[in-house]
Design a binder for this molecule. Sequence first.
Ligand code: ATP
Length: 358
Amino acid sequence: MSINIHNISKSFGSFAALNDINLSIKTGELVALLGPSGSGKTSLLRIIAGLEEPNQGSIFFEEENVTKVKTKERNVGFVFQHYALFSHMSVADNISYGLRVRSRKTRPSKQKIQEKVNELLSLVKLEGLQDRYPAQLSGGQRQRVALARALAVEPRVLLLDEPFGALDAKVRKELRRWLRRLHDEFQVTTVFVTHDQEEALDVADRVVVMSNGKIEQVGKPDEVYEQPNSPFVYDFLGNVNIFKGRIHKGIMNVGNFELNTPEFTDKEETEAFGYVRPHQMEIKRILDNHSNAIESEISYIHAVGPIVFIELNRVDTQEIVEVELTKEQFDELKLKEGERVFVKPKDLKVFIPSEYTI
Ligand code: ATP
């Protein structure tokens, strides 16, 4: 089931929580809505679910305009962060709840319901726990029951609002991998709200980055991480070095460092900021004649598996520069803390403050 979101706006009183949102989600896609607190993720999810009515715009499931269709007729499955399971019901009864409350005409037989529960228990890896009560489960197990319950009604769309938010980091990681596998098996179109960058980049087919009720960027995880189209996305999605400098007729200067910026050939002198991720930086011990770079002193080296994180201080401004090298690159350079070297961005994205809110 594809979801098409057209010109959705939502205000609470005079506060605009969503501002003209347009987004197309393909059938079977797993999409993460990612943004800081208050950016409008939950409001958008609730509008897709029909729990909230937009002030403007429409929601389509395939060709069908569902904007005015009630939640229970949209056939969506939900899981929320603190999804209260029915505490007086066993795991099996929680999972089958949505099927048991159906009208007589559409309710499956007892035997069919039992088969479905067994199938879901094995899918969410909770075989043998059907007679337990929620209080006898761990947080991660409860969230898996919540997911099984959402899937029991064979929803056209699965909506997850910070489903693993309350769990500790290790369980979160396990569950999100598991969710990815589950999704690949079921192929239900899934929209997933999170404020955790790593979570979004790790599981989603596409990430929708939101800020202040607007979509900042939509793309595959590596696109939004490697090629942010705004300072906000650079900052929000990971570590970034920001070099303040000046641009004049297609040349940007950051201290001694000079960079050709052909897209700004017509620009008269103005302040500019260069954004670059740590893994897009290189370190040189000696400069050849044609290149120039920013002299810096290594203040900290920290290796994590195959990646080596290096923190340096610029000699000219004392500002911190972060560089990520592979173990091989690092070993070749034989770097040590306290040494002076030259750092150079391999790829710098330039923003002019008057054109963006930095
Ligand atoms: P979080 O990660 O904190 O849940 P979010 O990105 O999901 O944030 P929303 O819950 O969609 O953000 O809220 C967006 C904005 O709309 C917030 O500023 C919030 O205070 C406001 N808001 C949401 N629901 C209501 C409501 N029912 N009444 C008034 N304001 C609301």
